[in-house]
Design a protein around this ligand. Sequence first.
Ligand SMILES: NCCCC[C@H](NC(=O)[C@@H](N)CCCCN)C(=O)O
Length: 588
Amino acid sequence: MDTIKKSLRHTPAMRWLMLLLISGLTFGTYWFQDFFGGLKTIMENDMGFTSEEFGRLIGLTTIANMFGMIIVGGIILDKWGVRMAGIVFGGIATLGASITALASAGFFGEDHSTMLNMMILGRILFGSGLEVVCVVATRTAVKWFKGYELALAMALNMGLGRLGSAMGIALAPDIANGSVPSAVTFAATLIGIALIMFLIYSVFDIKLDRQEKVEGAEEDGEDFKFSDLVKLITNKSFLFIALLCVAFYSAVFPFIQYAPDILINKFEFSILLPENGNIELFGSTSLGNASVFVALYIFAIAFAAIPKQIKNINTRRVYMAVIALLFAGFLASIWDVMGIWLQNGSKTAALIPLGTIIFTPIFGSYVDSKGKAASLMILGALLLIFAHVSMSLFNYDWLAYLGLISLGIAFSLVPAAMWPSVAKIVAENRLGTAYASMFTIQNWGLGLFFWGIGAMVDWFNPKIVAAKQAIADQLHAFNLKDNTITTIRNGLQDIGLASGQEREVIQEMRFDEISTQLAANNSPEKVDEVMNYLSSLGEIPAYDYTYPILALVGLGVISIYLAFQLKKADAKQRYGLELPSGQTPDDE
Ligand SMILES: NCCCC[C@H](NC(=O)[C@@H](N)CCCCN)C(=O)O
C-alpha cells in the first residue's frame, strides 16, 4: 500500500504533466490528419493538384488501417505496453509526416507525379501510426488517472485532438502564405516535437512501472482477440452500432476536409484573410490567430469539463458566472475580427471540430444522467441530413451557417452517445476487440469518401478543372516576378485561343478587367495570389459541389436507418441504451 501511495501518479501535478506530454501526439496527429483541408485551393494553384489527387492523398492515409494496422497495433500495445507502442507508432507517424513534407518541397523530384506519389507514401506511413497513437494516448490516460480525474483527462486529451484539427485547418493557409511546403513542414515538425514529448514521458513511465511493479504490459482487459471478434459480429446491436460508426463518421470527417473549399466555391467565402482580419500577438499574426483557438479551447474546457469537478453547488455557480463574464469580455475584444473570420473558408470550417470540445462533454453528461443514447443517435443522424441538404441543395449563407451548426451538434451528439453505448453492448474484456474492429471498418468508409468526394468534384466539373489547370500552368510558365501585367494578360489571352474543355471558360474571361485589377493589387508575384484574384473576380467559375455533398446526405439516411435498427435491437437484447449510466432494464 505504501509503495502505491508514493508512486508518481498519486501526485496531481505529475498526472497533469504526463497528460500534457502524451497529448502532444494527439494534437500533432489530428493536426497533420486535417490541415490539408485548409490548403486545397493553394495545392491546386501552386502544385497543380486536382480534387481527385487531393482526395487520393487524404484517402490513402487510411489504407494501412483498412488492412488491419489498428489490430496489429493493438496486439503490439498489449505485448509491449504503452511506452514502446507510443515510441514505435509515434516514430512511424513522424517518419511519414517528414517524408510528406520533404516530398512537397520537391526533395524526391520536382515533377508532379513524383511529388504526389511520395507525398502519398508519407501519408500512408503517417496513417499507419495515427490510430494506434490515439489508442496509446487513451490507454496512458487510464494508466495515470484511474481512480482520479479520468473523465476530465480523457475530455482534455480528446479536446486537444479536436483543437489540433481546428488549428490545422484554420491556420494552414496563413502558415503556407502561398507555398504549400511551409505548412506541411510546420505540421510535420509538430509531430516531431510531440514525439520528443512522448520520449520525455517514457522516462516517467519507466519510473511509474518500477514504483507500481508492473511487469510488461498492464492488464486492463482490453486486449484484441480474434475469438472475441466472431462473438461480436454475431451480435445484432454491435453490428448496427459498428455500421453506424462507419456511416456517421464518413459523412463528417471527409466533409470537414472539403468544408473550406465548399464554403469558398459555393458560398463565396474568402480564401485568405484580409489584413484587418488578423490578430497580432508579439508582432506575429500567426501567433495571434493561433492564440484565439487556444483561448476558445480553454473556455470550452472551463465551461464543459471542469464544473463536474466542483462538488459544492454555490461554488460551481460562482465559477460559471466568472467564466461567462470572462468569455463575454474575450468575445467583445475580438468581435470585429470574428465577423471577418466567419466569412473565411478555413476559419469557419475549423469551428466544426472546435465546437465539439464544448458540446461533447455536455451531451456526454446528459447521456450519463438521462440515457436516451439510441434516440440521440437518431437525432444526430437527422441533424446530419439537415446539414448536408442545406449545403448541397440551397445557396443561402444563413442556411449554410445553420447547416454548419447542425453538423457541429451532430458531431458532438453522436460520439457522446455512441462510444458509451459500445461499453454497454460489449463486455469489458471485449472492448479492445470492439473498438479495434469498429475503427478498422470506419477507415474503409473514411478512405472511400475522402477520395470519392474529390473524384466526384472532378467528375462533375470537367471544364472548370481543365481551365484552372491551363491558367495555372500558363502562370507557372512565366516568371511572375520578372513579368509585367501586360505579359500576364497576353499569356492568358493565348490560352484563351487554346482548344479543349477549358476553352469555353477561358474565352469568357474579361482580360482588360483582370489586368486593371491585378495592377491595382500591386502586381502579385505568386501564382496562387493571381489565381485567387481571378477567382475573387468571378473569372474562374466555382466548382459545383451539389452531388458530392448529396452523397453525404445518403450516408445520413443510412445512419438514421441504422440508428432505428439499433434502438429496435436494443429493445430485444435489453442492453439499456436508453437508460442512464449504471442502470439496466432489470432495475426497472
Ligand atoms: N473511445 C473512442 C473515442 C473515439 C473518438 C473518435 N475517434 C475515431 O473515431 C478515430 N478512429 C479517428 C481518428 C482520426 C483522427 N482524425 C473521434 O470522434 O475522433
